[in-house]
Design a binder for this molecule. Structure first.
Ligand SMILES: Nc1ncnc2c1ncn2[C@@H]1O[C@H](COP(=O)(O)OP(=O)(O)O)[C@@H](O)[C@H]1O
Ligand SMILES: [Mg+2]
Length: 248
């Protein structure tokens, strides 16, 4: 089970000309286990930077991150966490199954177990029939499922996603939301994701953190107290998304 705590995190990026860029200011975030949290805000307000700091890819200049109550700098169990990027980053010369197997190969998992777990994970995302297909043979939605499967194959408890569905059309995106919710529940996952889409935030998240730009600060944290699954066309969802959009 995974929880995330971000405590008073600030970040500056050096600039060749002039003052360092103040990207994040005093960010606090509390993600209890098995919760889905959305980080929303205008482009350039530091959402990806914050996610990268949570993932340990970037070090904060001030403050710290706790993963399962352990300081990120002392955290060892990185395999329990996975990151889904904005682009699917599939390797074009590998089949869907081989793309999904990647993380297991890196972890030194043996061939037989790899095969079983890849098959199981492709099944989980509804892609068993396409195990041998290459990325160029797949639709955008299917590629997105492969990317999701690749993230899930190590059975993480924490899933970080940076606008992973932003390039999909509305219908497919909505299908991916259903998949993510189903799988999150099945696997008891905690999810922190970034989006600039208010509806996506309201359909998926229990807690929505709104960032203000330059430097990125938490403007407000909104609780979305609607039962899952949330129908994107339901009035209550519309109302919450509208309110969130206004706050953006
Ligand atoms: N590695 C970096 N070096 C310098 N500036 C960066 C770096 N990464 C991001 N930035 C800058 O920090 C700001 C926030 O970026 P980012 O976190 O990607 O925002 P968002 O994901 O909300 O669009 C932007 O102005 C961006 O240009
Ligand atoms: Mg970004």
């Amino acid at each position: 089970m995974a929880s995330v705590k971000v405590q008073s995190v600030s970040k500056w990026f050096p600039r060749r000309d002039g003052e360092p860029l103040h990207v994040l200011q005093n960010i606090d975030l509390d993600v209890p286990e098995k919760t889905i949290v959305a980080i929303v805000g205008a482009s350039g307000c530091g959402k990806s930077t914050l996610l990268n700091i949570i993932a340990g890819l970037i070090k904060p200049d001030r403050g710290c991150v706790f993963l399962n109550g352990v300081k990120a700098s002392e955290f060892k169990d990185w395999r329990s966490m996975t990151y889904m990027f904005q682009e699917d980053r599939l390797l074009p010369w590998r089949t869907a199954a081989q793309n999904v197997a990647f993380g297991l190969e890196a972890a030194g998992v043996g061939r037989a177990e790899r095969k079983a777990r890849v098959a199981e994970t492709l099944e989980l995302v509804g892609l068993s029939q396409f195990a041998k297909a290459y990325p160029h043979e797949l639709s955008g939605g299917m590629r997105s499922r492969v990317a999701l499967a690749r993230s899930l194959v190590t059975r993480p408890t924490l899933l970080l996603m940076d606008e992973p569905f932003s390039k999909l059309d509305a219908t497919i995106r909505s299908q991916m939301h259903d998949e993510v919710l189903r799988i999150a529940k099945l696997m008891d996952m905690t999810i922190v994701f970034v989006t600039h889409d208010a509806e996506e935030a309201v359909v998926l998240a229990k807690q929505v953190v709104v960032l203000n730009p330059r430097p990125g600060r938490v403007r407000e944290t909104r609780m979305i107290d609607l039962p899952y699954p949330r129908d994107p066309s339901a009035p209550a969802v519309h109302e919450q998304a509208r309110a969130l959009r206004q706050s953006l």
